[in-house]
Design a protein around this ligand. Sequence first.
Ligand code: HEC
Length: 163
Amino acid sequence: MAGGGAAPATSTSEAMPPVNGPAIAATSMEQAGEYLTIVGGCNDCHTQGWSESDGKVAPADRLAGMNVGFRGPWGTSYGKNLRTIVQRQTEDRWVQVLTTADGGDGKPPMPWWNTRQMSDRDLRAMYRYIKSLGPKLNGVPRSLPPGKEPSGPYIWVAPQPPK
Ligand code: HEC
C-alpha cells in the first residue's frame, strides 16, 4: 500500500478509467493519488513539517500548505493549501492549472514543467485523493512581489555567488 503504513483515503471512486500511455496502477483513483502526491514530491512543499518528520505526517494533515516561503527573482511564493483549492476548483480546472502553469502565471519553484507531463488520469487521481481528505484550514501567507520582505520564514531558491 502507498503511504508507508498510513491509512488509505476514506472514500473511493469507481474503477480507474483507461489511460493512453504511462500512468500509475492502483485499486482506486484515491489510492493512486496518495501514491502520486508522495512520489511526485507534492508534500515536500505543500505539507507543513513533511521533510522535518521524514514524511510522517498523517493524511489528515497533508497538503494544507506551508508557511515557509520560497524566495527568488519572482518574489516569494508559498506552497498553497491544496485541500482548500480542490474544494473550490473543478477537476477539469485542476488539470488545466497543472498543465498550463496556471495560464502562464504560475511561479517557481512549483514544478510546472513536471506536472504538465503527467497523464490526465494521474492528475485527476491526485485531485480525487486530496478532495477525499476534506478541507483543512491553515494560514498560508499570500505570495509577495520581488523586493518585498516576507514577515515569516523563507528559503532562498536562487543561486548565490560563491564567497
Ligand atoms: C518545490 C516546491 C513544490 C513542489 C515539489 C510542488 N509544489 Fe505545487 N506549488 C508550489 C508553490 C510555491 C506554488 C505557488 C505558485 C504560485 O504562487 O504561482 C504552488 C502551486 C500549486 C498549485 C496552484 C494552486 C492554485 O493557485 O490554484 C497547485 C494545484 C499545485 N501547486 C499542486 C502541486 C502538486 C499536485 C504537486 C506534486 C505533483 C506540487 N504542487 C509540487 C510549490 C511546490
